[in-house]
Design a protein around this ligand. Sequence first.
Ligand SMILES: Nc1ncnc2c1ncn2[C@@H]1O[C@H](COP(=O)(O)OP(=O)(O)O)[C@@H](O)[C@H]1O
Ligand SMILES: [Mg+2]
Length: 365
Amino acid sequence: MKVLNLKAKSYRNLAGLEYTPGEGVNIICGENGLGKTNLIESIWLFTGCRSFRSVRDKDVVMFNQPQAELEMEFFSGSRSKTAKLIIDEKRHAELNGISLASGRKMMGEFTCVVFTPLHLSIVKDGPEERRKFLDIALSQLKPNYAKALLEYNRILSQRNATLRAARDNSAYLAMLDIWDEELAKKGAVIIDNRMRCLENLKEYAYPAYDEISSGKEKLTLRYKEYAREKAEGREEIYQSLINALKEKRESDVDHCTTSIGAHREEFSIELSGKSARKFGSQGQQRSAALSLKLAEADLIAKVTGEEPVILLDDVFSELDPQRQKYVVSRLQNRQVFITCCDEENLVHMQGLDVKVERLEQITTE
Ligand SMILES: Nc1ncnc2c1ncn2[C@@H]1O[C@H](COP(=O)(O)OP(=O)(O)O)[C@@H](O)[C@H]1O
Ligand SMILES: [Mg+2]
């Protein structure tokens, strides 16, 4: 996967940008507030996933403008393709001149892995961040996964609405059987995929962490069921979800919320047996997040047969020389975008095809 050309219009503070990156490592430097993260974010949006910075699509539209326009030429599957995103209240996408039903339909067409200081939240923050990490990787690997997740969330809110109704009127209790069945069915698809994705990530994340930390600690990732029997495979997971939903029904009705299921589960990140979230140092947490991100890139490459584009926003210059060296060793044959304030912080780039540009040079207005 390679970005050949990118145009942005009225995208956050980028009024007009035309950018032709190199095939290898692209270093984009410039002072704070110039729009480097905005540029990284604009590339990311072509994955079909939501921005890593904001929830609402329209946040990326330049203040007082009706819409933002992005156009990208990229190389994928041994041919060049063109994608266009028009963003107003929501995203409209076009691929090779053909309009797609939604921005999400770009999933799987353009793959990339992004790592910014915000992504430290995968290690430092609550379960939602770890679920999101797996969901984003899976959405790029299996475009149908994102659809299943949307359906799961829809069923979940319908079940919760029925719980509220059942608290006041027991006639609604009978309807819960149907929602339990639907929720367990979709939940089993989500959980089975997440468990298998985590298994596959281990294969790459463990050796990566070993290298980054010089073998000082050992990384362990473990899927965590929540308030249900351990299970493996779609059918077994379905059964354990059905049992747990039944067991929790009374308290779920009392609290008007679904207390178990895919929306509650996560995975733990441990360093030599201790929670990285609770006990890891800043450096250890950063190394764990970096290992997960590199593993995500390796997995995408293995499954799709094509190296994803790598976006490193404001993280590379924060790494110590040993970690920088390791990351560089993993950048061969990949197109990479690295942002920084001062290119002098970036050493160890020898042997790579590096193109350095100042952001001012690629903004046209
Ligand atoms: N919707 C928007 N319209 C116009 N400017 C925006 C919008 N959203 C963010 N910005 C501006 O973009 C700038 C930040 O860009 P950013 O990419 O974070 O900078 P950098 O990464 O180079 O430090 C800020 O000045 C911010 O005010
Ligand atoms: Mg930035």
